[in-house]
Design a protein around this ligand. Sequence first.
Ligand SMILES: *[C@@H]1O[C@H](CO)[C@@H](O)[C@H](O)[C@H]1NC(C)=O
Ligand SMILES: *[C@@H]1O[C@H](CO)[C@@H](O)[C@H](O)[C@H]1NC(C)=O
Length: 196
Amino acid sequence: MQFKSIALLTIALSVNQAHATLTAKDVVNGIHNITELSTDTLDAVKDLNPENVAAKGLKAVQDFRQIATDAANENAAIASASDSLAFAEVDQQDICETFSGFVKAQEDLLQGLISQKSFLSSIPLSMPLGAVLRFLNVGIGKLSVSIIGLVPSCAEESKKEFKALNETLKETLKAYPVKLHLPGVVGTPLGLGLGQ
Ligand SMILES: *[C@@H]1O[C@H](CO)[C@@H](O)[C@H](O)[C@H]1NC(C)=O
Ligand SMILES: *[C@@H]1O[C@H](CO)[C@@H](O)[C@H](O)[C@H]1NC(C)=O
């Protein structure tokens, strides 16, 4: 019994500590990590072509999923700490600058994806891609709103940047609609559509 109480106390303390210790630097690092992954993913997206997409396409989709997951996790970390978060203006400025780079990286990544639309949107990979982009849209949107809530002293600029990014997200979802890709329904005998 006593052992159990100590274990519970330890958990309670570490949760408290997690709340108390989300620093502005942690937020900056978290955003920065997602920015780096997004930049790497842009290189992968630009590199895709009809010859290598079978080998490399799925990895790119997984990278998008990772960006969305990281965004959701970062948003959760901020949300669970945000009652106790009030950063100095200089720290808010750091976050705003990092957010600006994050938005730029997302914009570039989404534009890169849109420019690959002519071939990516017509192959079966567009199914998982379309799905993951919807997950990304939610993750980026929520994280951006959370971040903007942390930086009252420089939020105006961040809001403007996010508004433009939100438009690009919308455009990307339009370029990659969720659709059913059923071989057989379009006149190809079942089983022959995907394997060739
Ligand atoms: C950022 O990425 C590094 C290296 O992958 C990792 O060690 C660190 O924990 C990450 N930081 C945050 C705040 O996510
Ligand atoms: C982002 O755009 C969507 C429409 O695509 C809209 O519903 C949403 O409210 C926008 N988010 C913000 C925070 O402006």
